[in-house]
Ligand binder design. Structure first.
Ligand SMILES: *[C@@H]1O[C@H](CO)[C@@H](O)[C@H](O)[C@H]1NC(C)=O
Ligand SMILES: *[C@@H]1O[C@H](CO)[C@@H](O)[C@H](O)[C@H]1NC(C)=O
Ligand SMILES: *[C@@H]1O[C@H](CO)[C@@H](O)[C@H](O)[C@H]1NC(C)=O
Length: 469
């Protein structure tokens, strides 16, 4: 039992656990209770020696420690509640007094603790305490007041009724009932920074006097707080701009041409938009102009960008960016060979496709490549991306290469199927091309493209020119 983790308790939870609690309350063999004076009121059936009873009655709980753990579980789940330190849902290692919770408030009763019940309870408490709730209760109260404002009159009415009915009970009964109810809500609506054992298991923070374990989350939140912020007017502006730009490209917001294959059972849309299709659609070409990211994310767009770069003799930035992607997403086993090739091709002094990045980034990257990992090129890749974004990308958009593809791009006529045709389409549904086959085709084309755009070996070219002379 000592080594049980929170989730294992679930096995015991429910009828078995209740069976034990019932047995513990047996008048003959159960835990002995006695009347105790507490703040001038005599409270019946108060128990103090649960652990002794448990070690004596259960084979499994034969040590003080396991009895302690089990006792804490009973308290955390609300089968037993502490009378003195009512917020501390653990079994103390002293002579603290406890009582058994009434079965009506046992967790396995499965009556879901509703916010409105809690609101009634807090409102009642507010009346009794004349507005002096505990701070965490006050927070909950204010929140519920706002949240359940529409039926607050009803809640206050209920609370008043219950308060009046309570006053008619005998003093001892009243105190007992108040304690039971309070214990129930401590379990089900725990104070801030403590968690309900019902949600998280008994190992979670059920003792408010213990400090919360600070960890990863706090670092995360601290960083989140320190992050620079934008005015909401600025970020809303950006959101509007984004939506205006993209709205026609969203199949939910705008019809897609020629038709939505999911609706018409005609797959022309997919055929026209294959990844490396020869002639792209107008929509697709338009999308490339949104950002360099869009252009590079679309393989067809990237190919087109490459044509432009080739004309400019400035393909090395993109080639480096692609190599960095390969390293980032490729297999782990190929990493060191890839890193070496990248170093030789792009970074080493006098490399055939040397990239022009600032000295600091270059230094860090070269040093990192001694022990390569997936993200070793991140800084250099970002640098190169920004270079392309600032300059090359805009020249591409103005270039004849882009104008040409814009002109060539298809603008498919919208399909206008009659209901009959739609029915026919659904009967002719094909199986489509298998993704593996598509992938193989793409790999082949990629290899061909790579061969075609292999780095120009300047020496070989020069010697060719020399020979021509
Ligand atoms: C007894 O009084 C103390 C302090 O005055 C209080 O914290 C505690 O909740 C009271 N106990 C009961 C059962 O009302
Ligand atoms: C409780 O106190 C007793 C005596 O002080 C000690 O022997 C025992 O180990 C304690 N148990 C736990 C669970 O702390
Ligand atoms: C999709 O519709 C077009 C135009 O009506 C037609 O030419 C084409 O054959 C259809 N394709 C399929 C797979 O049904």
């Amino acid at each position: 039992i000592e080594n049980h983790s929170g989730s294992d308790w679930g096995i015991l939870f429910g009828s078995q656990l209740e069976g034990i609690v019932v047995e513990m309350q047996d008048p003959q063999v159960g835990v002995k209770g006695s009347d105790q004076k507490l703040n001038v009121t005599t409270i019946p059936h108060v128990i103090a020696d649960i652990k002794v009873w448990m070690t004596g009655n259960f084979l499994l709980l034969n040590s003080d420690k396991s009895a302690h753990v089990f006792g804490t579980m009973l308290v955390a789940y609300g089968y037993i509640y502490p009378l003195q330190n009512h917020k501390k849902l653990v079994m103390s290692n002293d002579t603290s007094l406890y009582r058994f919770q009434t079965p009506y408030f046992w967790p396995a009763q499965k009556w879901v603790p509703e916010d409105s019940d809690y609101a009634i309870y807090l409102a009642k408490r507010n009346i009794r305490k004349k507005g002096m709730l505990e701070p965490y209760e006050q927070v909950h109260y204010n929140h519920l007041h706002e949240w359940l404002n529409h039926k607050w009159d009803f809640i206050v009415m209920q609370a008043t009724e219950q308060y009046k009915a309570g006053k008619e009970r005998k003093k001892a009964d009243r105190v007992v009932f108040d304690c039971q109810e309070r214990a129930y809500w401590i379990v089900n609506r725990p104070p801030r920074q403590t968690h309900s054992a019902l949600d998280c298991g008994p190992e979670r923070l059920i003792d408010p006097n213990k400090d919360e374990v600070t960890g990863q989350y706090n670092i995360f939140y601290q960083q989140a707080i320190m992050r620079s912020k934008v005015k909401s007017s600025v970020s809303l502006g950006a959101l509007v701009k984004y939506i205006t730009t993209y709205k026609n490209h969203d199949a939910f917001l705008a019809p897609c041409l020629p038709s939505n294959p999911w609706q018409t059972d005609n797959d022309s849309y997919w055929t026209l938009n294959m990844r490396r299709v020869d002639v792209p659609t107008k929509m697709r070409v338009e999308r490339w102009s949104f950002s360099l990211f869009e252009l590079l994310s679309d393989l067809r767009g990237r190919d087109d960008f490459k044509i432009f770069l080739k004309k400019e003799f400035s393909g090395e930035n993109l080639a480096f960016w692609e190599a960095a992607e390969e390293l980032k997403w490729g297999t782990a086993s190929s990493m060191s060979t890839k890193a070496e090739t990248i170093f030789k091709t792009f970074l080493a002094p006098g490399a055939p496709r040397w990239i022009n990045i600032d000295g600091r980034t270059m230094g860090l990257t070269v040093k990192g490549l001694e022990h390569p990992h997936r993200y070793v090129l991140e800084a250099a890749q970002t640098h190169v991306f920004l270079l392309m974004k600032k300059d090359t990308f805009f020249r591409y958009l103005k270039s004849p290469v882009y104008k040409d593809i814009q002109k060539k791009a298809r603008n498919p006529e919208p399909h206008n199927f009659s209901p009959n045709q739609l029915e026919q389409n659904s009967l002719n549904r094909g199986v489509g091309i298998h993704p593996i086959i598509l992938w193989q085709q793409e790999e082949e084309e990629k290899a061909k493209a790579a061969a075609a755009s292999a780095p120009v070996d300047v020496k070989a070219m020069m010697s060719k020119i020399d020979r021509k002379k």
